[in-house]
Write a protein that binds this ligand. Structure first.
Ligand SMILES: [Zn+2]
Length: 342
């Protein structure tokens, strides 16, 4: 099969569009013919090399896959064959104390398809059959591929972890990102007032079109000061963070007393300074979030595939243009998801 692979970690030049053997299906797995695969920032980090993550090389990235089930292992219901699906990229063991409690994304053996295991930037991919999610016949593969990772991440962060409620205000950073575009819609659906921070006027307009009530261009203004002024020196109830050290102090300053900061990423680095005086005096909650539980995944997929939440596609390119696609994502030129077609 054709696949986008790298034989060693490094820059864009390490990506090769080449022939690889089709993956072998285990007894509890499904083989999916990939119709569309969406990029995530994770793909860039995995290619560059994540400290402590040892991969079997060559590696095929790609965590967000839509396609058709081509075959299943002997322990899997044959009725899956031929069905249109997306794959939940959250891989959990099913037997640790957290999995047994229904908290799959706290699994002690937690992995992400396309990060720790071969992903979908290929004509075929395998996944545990428990990670298949059937999609409607009329739902386009290109839109479907943009959904699993960003929507479950945004849903758990805002709803499961930060417990965002109707009438509250939320600040969403990096509004052009896949998780952020999902988060704007989820926050509006929850009845919250949304401030979105982004880098260009065009992206501000697109964030408002998705439902953001107000936008801030961080190149023109200090977002924390803006929030302070616009909320009459109160701050917002919830901040959704993924930037890290470059915004961490501002995010804490933008919170109301007793507010909640929820982070699902650290794009600008792993270590950020927290003012401990501010932490005990203002009493915010600092909350982490990664992927989601099965229950959260199912809930948010239901909302997307019944069209209450919408996929945001930036552009579609052939799988052979995978390096170009990753360079666009690396430069942050996109709004929403970049999708590849094998
Ligand atoms: Zn587990």
């Amino acid at each position: 099969m054709k696949a986008l692979v790298f034989y060693e970690h490094g820059g864009l030049e390490k990506l090769q569009y080449t022939d690889r053997p089709e993956p072998v299906v285990g007894p509890h797995e499904a083989l999916v013919q990939v119709k569309a695969v969406a990029l995530n920032r994770l793909d860039l980090w995995v290619r560059a090399g994540i400290p402590g993550l040892k991969l079997v090389l060559p590696h095929i990235g790609g965590s967000d896959i839509a396609g058709v089930v081509a075959a299943v292992g002997e322990e899997v219901d044959q009725a899956w064959v031929g069905r249109r699906v997306v794959i939940n990229p959250a891989l959990s063991c099913g037997r640790c104390e957290f999995c047994l409690a229904g908290e799959q994304c706290l699994c002690v053996r937690f992995q992400i398809l396309g990060e720790h295991t071969p992903g979908g930037m290929a004509e075929y991919a395998v996944a545990p059959a428990t990670n298949l999610y059937a999609i409607p016949d009329d739902f386009p593969f290109i839109e479907a591929a943009t959904v699993p990772l960003p929507f479950q991440t945004a849903w758990r962060a805002l709803i499961g972890q930060a417990r965002l409620r109707a009438g509250e205000s939320v600040l969403i950073l990096g509004a052009g990102g896949g998780v952020a575009t999902a988060a704007i819609q989820i926050a509006k659906l929850a009845g919250a007032y949304v401030y979105a921070v982004t880098s260009t006027e065009e992206k501000e307009q697109r964030a408002r079109a998705l439902g953001a009530d107000e936008t801030i261009n961080y190149r023109q203004a200090d977002f924390a000061k803006e929030i302070w002024q616009r909320t009459n020196k109160r701050g917002v109830d919830v901040v959704l963070e993924n930037v890290g050290p470059a915004t961490w102090k501002g995010s804490l300053r933008a919170l109301r007393k007793g507010g909640r900061l929820v982070t699902y990423g650290a794009t600008t680095g792993r270590f950020a300074e927290t003012d401990l005086n501010l932490l005990f005096w203002n009493q915010p909650s600092l909350i982490g979030s990664t992927m989601s539980t099965y229950a959260e995944f199912t809930e948010v997929m239901g909302l997307v595939f019944s069209r209450k939440l919408h996929a945001v596609v930036d552009r579609v390119l052939p799988l052979s243009a995978g390096a170009e696609a990753q360079s666009i994502l690396e430069a942050g030129e996109q709004f929403g998801k970049i999708v590849l077609e094998p």
